[in-house]
Design a protein around this ligand. Structure first.
Ligand code: GDP
Ligand code: IMO
Ligand code: MG
Length: 428
């Protein structure tokens, strides 16, 4: 197994950062292919906690190359701020290891304003975005007028494109906003351009050459399958292809170069922001999941909505991503529950269904059908061997695997690197 995709199978925050960090040692390159600094990937190394937003989680491993692909939207200000934070945490060798695609689109201050204005306009139907300008930056890209990273290295082109974009943004948002001053934007962002120069690369070529010379690549997904623009709970989604298909378009590589897909999934479900969530809990169990799981957004600090494992969502996510193996995360969070529930199907318009309905908004109307499992009620924290897990925990995991028709390769029993169980001693 050489080039592996790691992606989330629910609504994000599954624990992708931990798994990427754990596996990065075995790969030469870690590459992001979509999303932006809306992501929050937590990596705990010893007593130190790092939260990566835009930088691939491989940046914490000395010597590993990290790529931000053309499918990512890059806020230059956020990028340099994150590099500075990492430097304060002792990671200072980023230059020379980080490569940013010349074709990646930029998030500009007006995108943040447009994000806010759009949410305001939607009122009670708002998406609950991270407010980072992600949607408007991708809109700008699809409208064929966005600024790409290489534009920052070409002053006249930058000035011309900025003028058009600003004129457009000013039609929608308050044009007195200091963020919309043409002169100050030119000065600040052309300066970012100078700082970006050493990182700007043809990332497709870099990855192709690396693979041809026998190097291996880990593709790090952000968000999750149910937040994918095409396959998620539209319109309550993010604006990129978080699914495995996004790897090819978001990095400029072909599907024949991908060797496998590791689907990261929590042993229960969470969601941040608005949108349908059939197994959401509003009772003490939900509160307990939030507390025990520390379910507060890594990017915005918002409390995450919590609920039981949804096998319909899981099976769907396995299908649309071609998942080869599963990494089941946060098993330890369920340790104290006397009863643990799994959603195996939905009641939808009077019928029992076991697949997601085809209409993107139909999930709103789905009522979960549950099966109950006895909880194990003992600690699994830090267990690294499958046979040492409580018997009832094994039964629960075996049932998840059966329902998703996919083998489990990894079980996570705590946030730290070594609180991880790799089944049968091998991943693939
Ligand atoms: P990501 O966005 O998919 O990388 O996930 P986040 O970092 O947003 O959220 C996952 C959270 O769960 C982080 O705080 C991790 O440190 C934590 N975590 C990961 N795996 C485990 C686990 O097995 N057990 C517990 N208790 N916490 C975990
Ligand atoms: P990671 O990579 C969880 C959600 C937002 C909102 C919707 C759209 O850490 O798993 P956006 O700002 O992208 O336009 O917001 O998507 N969202 C995430 N939820 N984890 C994430 O990333 C998310 N990134 C975006 O809460 O509902
Ligand atoms: Mg996260």
């Amino acid at each position: 197994m050489t080039n592996l995709i790691i992606l989330g199978l629910q609504w994000g925050d599954e624990g992708k950062g931990k798994i990427v960090d754990m596996l990065a040692e075995r790969f030469d390159i870690v590459a992001r292919y979509q999303g932006g600094h809306n992501a929050g990937h937590t990596v705990t190394i010893g007593e130190k906690k790092f939260v990566l937003h835009l930088l691939p989680s491989g940046i914490l491993h000395p010597g590993k190359l990290c790529v931000i692909g053309n499918g990512v939207v890059v806020d230059p200000k956020a990028l340099f701020q994150e590099m500075e934070t990492l430097q304060q945490q002792g990671i200072s060798d980023v230059e020379g290891r980080l490569f940013v695609s010349a074709r990646a689109h930029a998030i500009m201050p007006y995108h943040r304003l447009l994000d806010r204005a759009h949410e305001h306009e939607l009122g009670t139907k708002r998406i609950g975005t991270t407010g980072r300008g992600i949607g408007p930056a991708y809109e700008n890209k699809i409208a064929r007028s966005g600024l790409v990273i290489s534009d920052f290295l070409n002053e006249s082109l930058f000035r011309e494109k900025l003028q058009t974009n600003l004129a457009y943004a000013k039609k929608i948002v308050n044009d007195d906003a200091p963020e919309l001053s043409y002169d100050s934007l030119c000065e600040t962002y052309l300066n970012y351009g100078k700082q970006l120069r050493p990182y700007v690369t043809d990332c497709s070529l870099l990855i192709d050459r690396a693979i041809k010379s026998g190097k291996s690549v880990l593709f790090e997904g952000a968000q999750g399958a149910m937040l994918d623009i095409d396959h998620g709970t539209y319109p309550y989604v993010t604006s990129s292809n978080a699914c495995s298909g996004g790897v090819c378009t978001g990095l400029g590589i072909g599907p024949t170069k991908i060797s496998g897909v590791l689907g990261v999934i929590k042993a229960y479900t969470t969601r941040v922001g608005e949108g349908p969530f059939p197994t959401e809990l509003f009772d003490q169990d939900g509160e307990r999941l939030r507390e025990r799981g520390g379910e507060f957004g890594a990017t915005t600090g918002r409390p995450r909505r919590c609920g039981w494992f949804d096998a319909v969502v899981g099976r769907y996510a396995v299908r649309i991503n071609g998942v080869s193996k599963l990494a089941v995360m946060k098993l330890d969070v369920l340790d104290s529950f006397p009863t643990i529930t799994i959603c195996t199907g939905y009641r939808y318009r009077g019928e029992l269904i076991s697949e997601l309905p085809m209409e993107p908004d139909a999930l709103q109307e789905c009522e979960p059908v549950y099966e109950e499992h006895e909880g194990w009620q003992e600690s699994t924290v830090g267990i690294t061997d499958y046979e040492s897990l409580p018997h009832k925990a094994q039964t629960y995991l075996n049932r998840l695997s059966e329902l998703l028709e996919t083998d489990i390769a990894v079980v996570s029993t705590g946030p730290k690197r070594d609180q991880t169980l790799v089944k049968d001693g091998s991943l693939f």
